[in-house]
Write a protein that binds this ligand. Structure first.
Ligand SMILES: [Zn+2]
Ligand SMILES: [Zn+2]
Length: 91
């Protein structure tokens, strides 16, 4: 998961689509007998936010630099994650 990013390709953060928090959890395939993470591509339709105490079908993948594009929401007004990233730059 450590793909090299160029200056033109800002870092991205997974954020909760409801509160914009970064404490979102995803699922992974675990070997039932060894408890080891199999490393296979995990199911991508069940995420959990401990702050919202809610499950989500997907999470925001938000850029950490302008224009803070989110792969889910299109504007800062509808995406709490984009709004949080924007504030980090303004303050
Ligand atoms: Zn949340
Ligand atoms: Zn979003």
């Amino acid at each position: 998961m450590s793909t090299q990013t160029t200056p033109m390709d800002p870092e991205r953060l997974y954020r909760c689509p409801e509160c914009g928090g970064t404490d979102v959890n995803g699922t992974a395939w675990i070997h039932l007998n060894t408890n080891e993470d199999t490393g296979d591509e995990p199911p991508t339709d069940d995420y959990w936010c401990p702050d919202c105490e809610d499950h989500f079908g997907r999470v925001c993948d938000v850029a950490t630099a302008p224009p803070f594009a989110c792969n889910y929401h299109t504007t800062n007004e509808t995406c709490p994650g984009r709004e949080r990233e924007r504030k980090l730059w303004v303050d």
